[in-house]
Design a protein around this ligand. Structure first.
Ligand SMILES: [Zn+2]
Length: 387
């Protein structure tokens, strides 16, 4: 089997800071494209067919397919190739050195450690045996996770309607994450009618409507929290972060624009949240507080809610225990590419060695023993090739 520590060191030595955080160095570093080439060569050598999806110039998704050509069941194994920036880091970000049983560098935990674990585990699969079972592994190295999951979103265009089991690689301290919060970024335009400030009763003040809307929105979220409190991922929440409206102090405000994010807890869904907000806005209109409204969604990350008794969770827990790890099941409050894939996939989990606490931090490392064991656990999911 390939040595996962060497693969990770190679990946860390290729700077792939997400371009908006790389500044002037973005072009020189080459970033996601260079990591993509490494992933492609590695997976090709292991017998996978590689397809490139260019999401933006120099910013690919690398899609590596192994196993059955026309699979009945598709495993999607996905990890992101971009990292956050390196400002303020306390050690060399791209050295990839091992000290005190830890491999240090930007991305060691988020997400190159989990990515390397997935690559090495998949590269050791007996693809002919997998094909005989009617199964395939599609391994994706994706771009742009750190800024809105753009790579994962784009990959949906080239993925089949149904996936069987999806593993989103992220540092979970080798726990099997089967529940996570989702979130939606929403914006609403409220429409009133302007009038002179000396005769406000002749207008409909959209700013006043916004005031009532915000209070009702908070009440709606409290109600939702009573229904969907979840010990795994906490409670739903809402934050109104931007309000813009009106013309001048002496004009009744004809419009008001608000932007807010709503954190969704399973089994709630974003569609349900939107429909309840729509009903709320219709109510305000029926009361004459506004004349019209529009609700739009900027970003959609569905909550993850896979049964802890599902086949994927059980198989991964068993494989972890075989690899000498506890096989803990858990939920998380953060979001990752799993939110993009879970609506398409029968079963989805987030999994990987390393800790999210080191992601985005001034010191980033991964425990080498956990990296090796996490890789072995993943490898245990599929038939092995005898090298
Ligand atoms: Zn990540």
């Amino acid at each position: 089997m390939n040595d996962v520590v060497e693969v990770l060191a190679d990946l860390v030595r290729i700077p792939s800071v997400e371009p908006t955080q790389a500044g002037e160095r973005a072009a020189a570093w080459g970033g996601e494209e260079r990591v993509g080439k490494y992933v492609a060569a590695f997976m090709e050598a292991a017998g996978f067919r590689v397809e490139w999806q260019w999401v933006a110039p120099g910013r690919p998704n690398v899609i590596c397919k192994g196993g059955a050509d026309k699979p009945d069941r598709i495993w999607l194994v996905e990890g992101h190739m971009d990292t956050v920036g390196v400002e303020g880091m306390l050690h060399p970000p791209f050295e990839g050195a091992v000290r005190e049983g830890k491999l240090w560098g930007r991305g060691a935990a988020d997400c190159k450690g989990p990515l390397a674990a997935g690559m090495v585990a998949c590269a050791g699969v007996d693809l002919a045996a997998l094909a005989e079972k009617g199964e395939a592994i599609w391994f994706i190295g994706s771009m742009g996770e750190e800024t809105g999951n753009n790579g994962a979103r784009a990959s949906l265009e080239v993925l089949p309607e149904r996936l069987w089991r999806t593993i989103a690689l992220e540092p979970t301290e080798a726990a099997v994450i089967h529940a996570s919060k989702g979130f939606a970024v929403l914006e609403v335009d409220l429409e009133g009618r302007s009038a002179h400030g000396s005769n406000p009763e002749q207008g409909v003040n959209a700013i006043y409507a916004a005031g009532v809307f915000v209070e009702r929105l908070k009440a709606l979220c409290r109600e939702s929290a009573e229904r969907y409190g979840n010990e795994l991922v906490g409670q739903p929440s809402v934050n109104v972060g931007l309000v813009r409206g009106g013309i001048a102090a002496n004009v009744v405000a004809p419009t008001c624009h608000l932007e807010f994010d709503w954190r969704v807890v399973p089994p709630g869904s974003i569609a349900e949240v939107k429909s309840r907000i729509g009903t709320l806005l219709d109510d305000l209109k029926a009361q004459g507080l506004l004349l019209g409204w529009q609700l739009r969604q900027q970003q959609n990350n569905e909550p993850l809610s896979t049964s802890p008794d599902s086949g994927l969770v059980k198989a991964l827990v068993a494989a972890l225990q075989t690899a000498g790890l506890p096989g803990r099941r858990a939920g998380v409050r953060w979001c990752c590419d799993a939110s993009i894939y879970c609506p398409r996939s029968d079963e989805t989990v987030i999994f990987g060695p390393g800790s999210i606490k080191q992601g985005h931090a001034s010191e980033e490392f991964i425990d080498v023993d956990e990296l090796r064991r996490g890789t072995a656990a993943l490898a245990g999911l599929w038939p092995r090739r005898r090298d």
